[in-house]
Design a protein around this ligand. Structure first.
Ligand code: CTP
Ligand code: MG
Length: 405
């Protein structure tokens, strides 16, 4: 660090650059401005995207703007970057996303080693996703992209007929930021002859292996008016501002969660992370697994992170039909982002059926595996009293302990 130099004061040379592509027109959104300039609240999609990008400290940021909107993009960038304004620049995009990324790449400074390419349209991606992508590259990957498991059943459809089933456990949905070693990305872009859907496809075509890291439901792309509504309601609710404490706690914290679901759903019963063939299904937005949902609420409460509706409510269509593992793994990731790890969980289910005795251990294993922490499952009946006693539904009660990571 130099003292008394006439150069700019102490700005370390960035080793990471983030190209924020914002030059699309937003045809599917159908707004009256290019998509990046559509408002989420009093601020635009681009402004929100940059508010998340700036949380990744010390990176060069290149905003790729639609032709004619460079000045507006710069105004947004300067408002966000303030004192760090020398880190950010604006370039003009191209006719395709790939051309826009290429334009951004040209503006990356010489010393940068890792380039992240990020869609402005994914305006709400939390910092943890950026960290995970960069860590994977630091650990030796040529490239890394955030992915989420696919929760819907996937069918092959030809001419309006279902002609096959695709095993969704083999599939993941890709998000951004997609990160790459700079030399590899530049070479791949220089030699690409086709249009690719994303940067990972282009780099894979050039013969490199791309790692997958955990994405985030907040990394969804604002594409349609429904996506815009969802983003607006999320911004209005600030789901990630922990209400009950700021930062990791000094002491362990407990949380309590309960859930109830009525019998009468479609298909087979899913409870405590297990499928119960021959048992009546529970109804609910997801699979109605009251045990998993009570655990999620207990964990989120312990972490001061809101409740199940904050993170998995009906305005998150990707969780429709999802099973316990998806909810629990996501909850574990949310806690990790808040600097917390799970100590243990105890959950009790009240139900006449199914009979847990023979499968209690199995349930504990599945739930513990998903959370990476011990889960104890107990079950009881209520002597014929109440809705569980009459067999109308199932209730579950969970207590969770979380500790600083
Ligand atoms: N993008 C870009 N330049 C383009 C096309 C897209 O920089 N020529 C950017 C968009 O601004 C967006 C991201 O790439 O942040 C993902 O693209 P998409 O969601 O398809 O946005 P649009 O192309 O704007 O939308 P549409 O396809 O509905 O027109
Ligand atoms: Mg597009």
């Amino acid at each position: 660090m130099s003292t008394g130099s006439v150069q700019n004061p102490v700005v370390p040379v960035p080793r990471v650059a983030i190209i924020v592509v914002a030059a699309g027109s937003g045809t599917r959104l159908g707004g009256d401005a290019p998509k990046a300039f559509v408002g989420l609240d009093e601020h635009t999609i681009l402004r929100h995207a940059l508010e998340h990008v700036v949380a990744f400290p010390g990176a060069q940021v290149v905003v790729v703007a639609p032709a004619g909107r460079e000045g507006d993009a710069l105004t947004e960038a300067l408002a966000v970057f303030g004192d760090a304004r020398e880190l950010v620049s604006v370039v003009t995009g191209g006719a395709t996303r790939q051309a826009s990324v290429a334009a951004g790449l040209h503006a990356v400074w010489p010393d940068v080693e890792i380039v992240l390419v990020h869609d402005a349209a994914r305006a709400l991606v939390p910092l943890g996703v950026f960290d995970r992508v960069v860590s994977a590259i630091d650990d030796g990957a040529a490239g890394a992209i955030p992915v989420l498991p696919v929760v819907d059943a996937i069918k092959r459809v030809e001419e309006r007929e279902v002609v096959g089933v695709v095993d969704r456990s083999l599939l993941s949905a890709a998000q951004t930021p997609q990160g790459f070693r700079r030399d590899i990305l530049e070479t791949a872009y220089r030699t690409a002859r086709d249009e690719f859907t994303d940067d990972a496809a282009l780099v894979a075509e050039a013969g490199h292996r791309v790692a997958a890291v955990l994405g985030d439901p907040l990394g969804f792309k604002i594409t349609t008016p429904a996506d815009l509504d969802r983003a607006r309601s999320l911004v209005a609710r600030h789901p990630h501002a922990p209400a009950t404490f700021a930062g990791p706690p000094a002491l362990p914290r407990v949380g309590v969660g309960t859930d109830v679901h009525a019998f009468g759903g479609e298909g087979t019963l899913w409870l405590a992370g297990l499928e119960w063939p021959g048992e009546q299904a529970l109804s609910g937005h997801s699979d109605g697994d009251a045990v998993a949902h009570a655990i999620v609420d207990a964990l989120l409460a312990a972490g001061g992170l809101g409740d199940i509706g904050t993170h998995f409510g009906t305005d998150y269509p990707e969780y429709a039909g999802a099973h316990a593992e998806v909810f629990l793994q996501r909850t574990r990731a949310l806690l990790a982002e808040a600097g917390l790890r799970i100590g243990n969980v105890s959950v009790q289910v009240q139900a006449n059926r199914p009979r847990f005795a023979a499968r209690r251990r199995e349930a504990e294993e599945v739930l513990s595996q998903a959370l990476g922490a011990p889960v104890a499952v107990s079950a009881t009946t209520t002597d014929g009293l109440g809705f569980t006693g009459t067999g109308e539904g199932v209730a579950a009660f969970a207590v969770a302990l979380v500790v600083p990571a």
